[in-house]
Design a protein around this ligand. Sequence first.
Ligand SMILES: [Zn+2]
Length: 250
Amino acid sequence: MGRTINIPLPPGTSDEGYMMAMERVVMPILQDFKPEVVINSAGQDNHFTDPITNMNLTAQGYARLTELLQADLAVLEGGYSIQGALPYVNLGICLSMAGLDYSGVREPGFDAVRHAQRPQIAEYLAKLCDTLPELYFNPPGPEHSAGGSISKQDDGEWFVRHKNIYYDTDSITEAQTESLLLCGSCRGLLKVLSRSTKNPDCLGVEIPLGACPACRQRGLEIYDEAQSRGGYRYSQLINRADRQYLRHGF
Ligand SMILES: [Zn+2]
């Protein structure tokens, strides 16, 4: 709980806003967590020339972010400004990861005035940067967690939350109910119920790596009960404890 940190940046966020989020949220958490491996999922659709987004990051900003992050590896993800962004951003990332000077990397067409961040964005981010580290360093108990609630059932206490997801590439709307069996001995069993405009009810069960015997057993039971009772268009079991992967209806 509290170990996944999402930082929602508003449209128009520039290098300045990204640096604020890095310095005030990401870096203090990394220093505390001391990860063994850092992977930069280096998506580049946040560049100011990207045709489908509205962010104002530059190659300089990306290189500085990379320098701060000290990632072990970076993976090129999205980014649709093939000529305007990718050559510059990738060069900035590579130079930065190699420990070389990236100060000469400049995109044509950058306008410091036109691509400046609005003052309201800095105000919003300043508040966000106060709130997010607090969630990490003093995570609220599951009973206080936003977007979910505790449900007491025969097999234990479940943390339940509902999510609505819209997939803009295929115009699919999905309603998901995630339930996590709260367990003092392992990470807990995860159950996902899904229904979308494309598919009726579907079930997913995940038995985590290092699952305790009780969670492992309960996970197998839930999957088996679903098969014998029916009612799901698709169901699947991801049993990480035993490296077992089962699915039904596909
Ligand atoms: Zn358990």
